[in-house]
Design a protein around this ligand. Structure first.
Ligand SMILES: [Zn+2]
Length: 100
């Protein structure tokens, strides 16, 4: 999977799964930050649910998931961001455990 940031467009990436596959555009900010992709999978299996305000079975195609994985890895390299992210995850986990 080749992921290339689109110059001048923060949060948007060109994604190419293989050298023979098409190139897609992933936007991390779309759909209230769930993200979007212009591939067939996202257009057919995910976007229609989101546009009706429903929750699809999954919210990521393989291109969007690859960008998010890479983005998270980059974010976790920064100590301050890592502390904020992990703290937020821990708080959410604690609230989930307390709610059950
Ligand atoms: Zn896709």
């Amino acid at each position: 999977m080749t992921i290339t940031p689109i110059p001048g467009e923060p949060g948007r990436y060109h994604v190419q799964a293989t050298s023979l596959s098409g190139q897609y555009i992933v936007d991390l900010a779309d759909w209230d930050f769930l993200g979007s992709c212009n591939c067939h999978d996202h257009a057919i299996r995910i976007a229609p649910f989101l546009s009706r305000g429903e929750t699809p079975e999954r919210t990521e195609c393989k291109h969007l998931k690859a960008v998010k994985d890479q983005y998270l890895s980059e974010c976790l390299k920064c100590p301050a961001t890592r502390k904020n992210l992990v703290s937020a995850f821990l708080r959410a986990d604690l609230e989930t455990r307390n709610a059950t």
